[in-house]
Design a binder for this molecule. Sequence first.
Ligand code: 5GP
Ligand code: MG
Length: 176
Amino acid sequence: MSSQSEPQVLISRQEIEAMVKKLAAEISEHYHDKSPLLVGILKGSFIFMADLVRLLDFPLEVDFVRLSSYGSGKESSGEVKVVQELSTQVRGRDVLVVEDIVDTGRSVAFLMDYLQKKEPASLKLCVLTDKPSRRQVPVTIDYPGFTVPDKFLVGYGLDWDEKFRNLPDICTLGDD
Ligand code: 5GP
Ligand code: MG
């Protein structure tokens, strides 16, 4: 029996590495001559972003945006706001949003709409893990990684109450 809140590996670091390589290859094919701006959503995407950009061997820029937190627990309040702005001009740029997980879709749908209003040359979305069974707002993922079950995930950047971001594997908690 697993004890409560003991992380159980769902996606191993080796599987993550292979997926990040696959996504990087697809992204390279499209963006190698475009000098894109990669926009990560803090805090969860920081590890995925770090691994992804090291596999991209062409000029690019990285920026981060922080959206309003859904609180310290597992449930979303529904409302999304920008709490830390980009420091890069988006107008005319080829923008790729990099996100760790899409659940209800609210965060990413909000951000794509928010960035589209800044008139980028193009705007696409790369997501490492997707929980389609939880979707409330439609989202088009241009570069999708893993489809995951409706379980609360931690590790590889994902937290529970700010803990577990440093786990190298993507895990479920024992009580989920
Ligand atoms: P959405 O707006 O799609 O409902 O949720 C997106 C955000 O909720 C993610 O960026 C993440 O911060 C949080 N979230 C959703 N599902 C999970 C999960 O399984 N684990 C963790 N740690 N965060 C999640
Ligand atoms: Mg996130």
